[in-house]
Ligand binder design. Structure first.
Ligand SMILES: NC(=O)c1ccc[n+]([C@@H]2O[C@H](COP(=O)([O-])OP(=O)(O)OC[C@H]3O[C@@H](n4cnc5c(N)ncnc54)[C@H](OP(=O)(O)O)[C@@H]3O)[C@@H](O)[C@H]2O)c1
Length: 337
């Protein structure tokens, strides 16, 4: 079968397509023919060597995939040949709290990823794809959507009338926008592009703030809440945005820490205690959360925002498109045909 390998920490150019034997599923395992994979910022960090510089190369990259069941190992009960499935980002995290073993099972790093014709995973890693989604759309769910769901619903139980702020128009943020709207919240979206803000408003955001032309986006966000502050900030920026998030959030509000688009660094923690802000880290989610999320995706007919679909042979170009930050939503790679 065809599969990609990341051979060096040199960015997308170090991706190579190879021929490798397909493994037969063992007890409790399922073979999935990958029909689509989607890229996350993590895949870029992995390729650049900044996610885990000690990672042993080569790896089979990319965490997020959807496809159909083509092989069943002995004892598999939950799936049958032909079922449409998506693979949980951490196959080892079925339910309960995160622990170190579950975190180590994340795909596309130490554990082989999905940028291949076929993968073999434990049946416990799989969820059924919502009927309203194509494979390309379903491939966007395992990391970006589940992280957003965990932040907006599992952690904070967003309710009608809450105000949620999402940063930028990448994969996580647009799903957070969609889930917050499904929960009845008011959404403030930020972006560095007026054109993208227009699209975020069309997708359901109530207010848009351009963080490039309006670097005081925290003040603008507060104004949209009548001065009270935002209930929940889905923080994907990291050290570069956190100080302003701490100004935009309401007293006793929540910041869910998800990303480091602007890098890691120092910040002043005093406002956290003086204003009783809840700061919660989130690392994707469990299969149980994935199943709850899929019910919401079906019930609200939520359509993932797919920016562009690349052919399997164009994986490098797909990575470069993600790196350009020209995208709105998710970048997808179609399975090998
Ligand atoms: N903790 C977790 O489990 C988890 C899961 C998924 C992702 N993440 C992290 O979350 C972050 C986002 O991931 P992603 O896959 O959604 O990324 P992505 O799709 O590549 O999103 C990139 C977008 O973020 C926006 N952005 C860039 N700099 C910004 C800034 N200073 N302020 C506000 N927005 C900014 C830009 O949108 P505009 O062009 O609209 O400005 C850019 O297009 C990454 O750091 C990723 O590693 C963490």
């Amino acid at each position: 079968m065809k599969a990609y390998r990341l051979n060096a920490f040199e960015g997308p150019k170090a991706l190579e397509m190879v021929d490798t034997p397909a493994r037969a599923p063992g007890p409790g395992e399922v073979a999935v023919r990958i029909r689509a994979a989607s890229l996350n910022f993590r895949d870029l960090m992995m390729a650049r060597g900044v996610y885990n510089p000690r990672l042993k190369l080569p790896i089979q990259p990319v965490s997020d995939g959807a496809g159909e069941v083509v092989g069943l190992g002995p004892g598999v009960q939950r799936f049958k040949i032909g079922d449409r499935v998506a693979i949980n980002f951490m196959p080892g995290w079925v339910e309960g709290e995160l622990d170190d073993d579950k975190a180590r099972s994340a795909l596309g790093g130490e554990a082989a990823g999905v940028l291949a014709e076929q993968v073999v995973v434990p049946e416990s890693a799989l969820v059924s794809i919502p009927g309203n989604l194509s494979f390309e759309e379903a491939a966007t769910l395992p990391c970006a959507a589940l992280t957003a769901w965990h932040a907006v619903i599992e952690c904070t139980r967003t309710r009608p009338g809450d105000v949620v702020l999402v940063q930028g128009t990448g994969g996580v943020s647009l799903f957070a926008l969609q889930f917050a709207k499904a929960a009845g919240a008011t959404v403030i979206a930020t972006s560095g592009s007026d054109e993208k803000l227009k699209r975020a408003l069309e997708l359901g955001a109530d207010h848009g703030v351009n963080y490039r032309t309006n670097p005081d986006w925290d003040k603008a966000a507060r104004e949209h809440t009548g001065g009270r502050g935002v209930d929940l900030i889905v923080e994907v920026g990291g050290a570069g945005t956190l100080p302003r998030s701490l100004k935009a959030v309401r007293t006793a509000g929540t910041i869910v820490l998800i990303g480091v688009l602007t890098g890691a660094g120092e910040f002043n923690p005093i406002p956290i205690l003086m204003r009783s802000v809840k700061v919660q880290g989130v690392f994707v989610g469990s299969r149980a959360m994935f199943e709850s999320m899929n019910k919401c995706v079906s019930a609200h007919a939520i359509k993932p925002v797919v920016d562009r679909v690349f052919a399997f042979e164009q994986a490098q170009a797909a990575y470069e498109h993600l790196a350009s930050q020209a995208h709105f939503g998710k970048v997808v790679i179609r399975g090998c045909t």
